[in-house]
Design a protein. Structure first.
Length: 639
């Protein structure tokens, strides 16, 4: 415990005089100031005579005495024969009763008195027990002072305070000026910071403190909504002591919303329509504000919304797809379609004031789907969340409003190349990287086409959100395959297209490659692309290509990596060094596509290479297609 300095008094008197003694010459009154003083060891003490409250005007002779003994100048005492007595660097023996005699020509005319205390630092440690306590409403609380861990032995005066205000006995408080403060039948209002001041003869010796908490079952009395301009604030009015808060929107916890107030500085841009409630918790339990909560609503943004639905923990062909709908703001009505593989299903509905809707999506010759949609606003970006279910599986829905149009253009317009890199090495799945080229127009539309790691062509047309979100979706093999995942277009150093996992799914079928099907994760890496004129398409002269995976092996069937040096002759001519692989590469400087072939040592056959150039990453990634497997191709600067 951190302790403060403490002071103890050493009062040394021969006799006791309170205040001052006044002597009168005619009508004049003489006093000593200060009449009573308390001084720390080592300080300067000065006692001065006043006549009628002012410096004496009479011609007087002075003689100072301490405890009846005549003082003479010397040691730390000076001015013993003057109107001002000085005691330098005071010590405990300087404490006492000081008298000054005033005379004229040897005739005593008056005396005056001053009492001097000298206090020295007390090294004792004072604490309050308990230092921290949590108490239920109705219980009795006692706070006691300890000196060096034991009941105090010094003769001390006590004054208890709560939140810096002096306490007095009364109500449920007693002992406010004793070593033990008692609070009977504690109420919530008794919670606070308690301290005690310990003193001797009004000189503070020490202070000590204790934190007192009082708790009861939590109660939410009200949730109050207030507005100021575009700002909206929800405030929980709750009792119970030691409360913690968790705000919910539409029954879902809001990340970081753990204060008694939930504030949206710009509600139109950042607050989602819906019902807001709060969970209040303390040591004795938790309670939720009255359902359904406080409703916040605002106009729904009209437009076209696009998104994906899938279960990220168990992504399957039958429960993953694409959705699009158009929303009419005035009626909050919408209509659109779900795409699941090669099938398209229409739906329509309307949002409530809380911007949620539940609809049934009819599917001919099979069971209907139940879809729940919720409009949300995050960072001034209109989005949708929700779920799709057939009763056996449930997939999460996520999507965005298409923001750009002819009147609102995007700075993201341009050409891009994208690799869907693959880290799988299992012979049961493709090992290569998929890829594609994307053209983003100023209206925010995306035209994307490419090749999967196992050589399946695909294409997609969609739109971007305000923040550049791109719902990548392609149905493969007449619905028996799927490529889907979220990408974000955001030009920056290192990568202009980012994303988490892209799912590549394939069902079993009579295919040359991987007929048993597979499910793999691909990592997207994207780049802006600019057609070179004289500069090299990638920034190196000497590079190295790496061929791995697939059925690449030596004549004994042992898998291996094959490295081949490649030279880049500006702007787009790739020349491989001579070798048994007979590697040949050629680039399309207009699109960023790279193609070529090499001789597979295992089969002895010419094996095609398909790849993409990534200018920002200064590499090329792709796949090579053997007779019964797909391997990984990369090209990077030689080190």
């Amino acid at each position: 415990m951190k302790t403060s300095q403490h002071f103890g008094l050493l009062p040394l008197f021969i006799f006791s005089i309170c205040g001052s003694v006044q002597a009168q010459i005619n009508t004049n009154i003489f006093t000593v100031v200060p009449a009573v003083s308390t001084n720390l060891v080592g300080s300067l003490v000065q006692l001065s005579v006043l006549e009628n409250g002012l410096a004496p005007v009479d011609q007087l002779n002075y003689q100072w005495l301490q405890n009846g003994a005549i003082l003479v100048d010397g040691g730390n005492v000076s001015g013993s024969l003057t109107r001002t007595l000085s005691i330098a660097n005071a010590v405990s023996t300087n404490a006492g009763t000081y008298v000054v005699t005033l005379s004229v020509s040897g005739v005593l005319r008056a005396t005056a008195v001053s009492v001097v205390y000298v206090a020295e630092i007390n090294t004792n440690i004072f604490t309050v027990v308990p230092m921290v306590s949590t108490n239920q409403v109705g219980s009795d609380i006692q706070l006691s002072v300890l000196e060096n861990g034991l009941p105090p032995v010094d003769q001390l005066d006590y004054q208890w305070l709560k939140d810096r205000t002096n306490l007095v006995d009364g109500g449920n408080i007693s002992g406010s000026q004793t070593a033990t403060l008692t609070i009977t039948n504690a109420a919530l209002t008794n919670a606070g910071n308690y301290s005690v001041v310990l003193s001797v003869s009004n000189v503070v010796q020490a202070t000590a403190a204790s934190a007192v908490y009082v708790v009861d079952q939590p109660v939410v009395q009200d949730v109050v909504a207030s507005t100021s301009g575009a700002s909206v604030t929800f405030t929980a009015v709750a009792t119970g002591g030691l409360l913690s808060y968790q705000w919910l929107w539409q029954g879902q916890p809001l990340a970081g919303a753990t204060n008694s107030s939930l504030v949206f500085p710009n509600a139109y841009a950042n607050a989602s329509a819906g019902y807001y409630t709060v969970i209040v918790t303390n040591l004795l339990g938790s309670v939720t504000s009255a359902p359904p909560g406080v409703l916040f609503t605002k106009p729904a943004q009209a437009g076209t919304y696009q998104g994906l639905f899938f279960d990220p923990t168990n992504t399957a062909l039958e429960s993953s797809g694409f959705l699009q709908y158009t929303l009419s703001s005035s009626q909050k009505s919408f209509s659109g379609k779900l795409l699941i593989g090669a099938n398209s299903y229409s739906f329509s509905g309307a949002f409530s004031l809380a911007h949620d809707a539940q609809i049934s999506v009819q599917r001919p010759n099979t069971n209907a789907l139940t879809m729940h949609l919720q409009l949300v606003t995050i960072n001034n970006n209109s989005q949708i969340i929700g779920s799709v279910s057939n009763g056996f599986w449930t997939a999460s829905v996520g999507g965005n409003r298409l923001y750009y149009s002819g009147g609102t253009t995007t700075i993201l317009a341009g050409k891009y190349t994208l690799a869907l890199d693959n880290t799988n090495s299992s012979p049961l799945v493709p090992n290569g990287a998929g890829y594609g080229t994307a053209q983003i127009k100023k209206e925010g539309t995306v035209a994307f086409s490419g090749l999967t790691p196992d050589g399946i062509s695909f294409s997609q047309s969609c739109g971007l959100s305000r923040l550049g979100d791109w719902p990548l979706y392609a149905s493969l093999l007449k619905g028996r395959g799927r490529l889907l995942g979220w990408l974000t277009v955001h030009p920056q150093a290192g990568s202009s297209i980012q994303g988490t996992n892209v799912f590549h799914l394939k069902g079993a079928g009579a295919d040359k490659l991987y007929p048993g099907g597979f499910s793999i994760l691909l990592q997207p890496t994207g780049s802006t692309f600019r057609q070179p004129t004289t500069n090299p398409v990638l920034q190196f002269t000497n590079g190295v290509s790496i061929l791995s995976g697939g059925d690449l092996s030596d004549t004994n069937g042992t898998p291996f990596f094959d490295l081949v040096r490649v030279f880049l002759q500006p702007p787009c001519k790739f020349i491989a060094e001579s070798g048994d692989e007979r590697l040949s590469l050629g680039a399309n400087c207009g699109s960023g596509l790279l193609s070529g072939h090499f001789v597979d040592f295992h089969t002895g056959l010419s094996t095609p290479i398909k790849a993409i150039l990534l200018q920002q990453q200064n590499i090329s990634l792709g796949t090579f297609l053997s007779t019964n497997a797909c391997g990984h191709f990369s090209l990077a600067p030689a080190k």
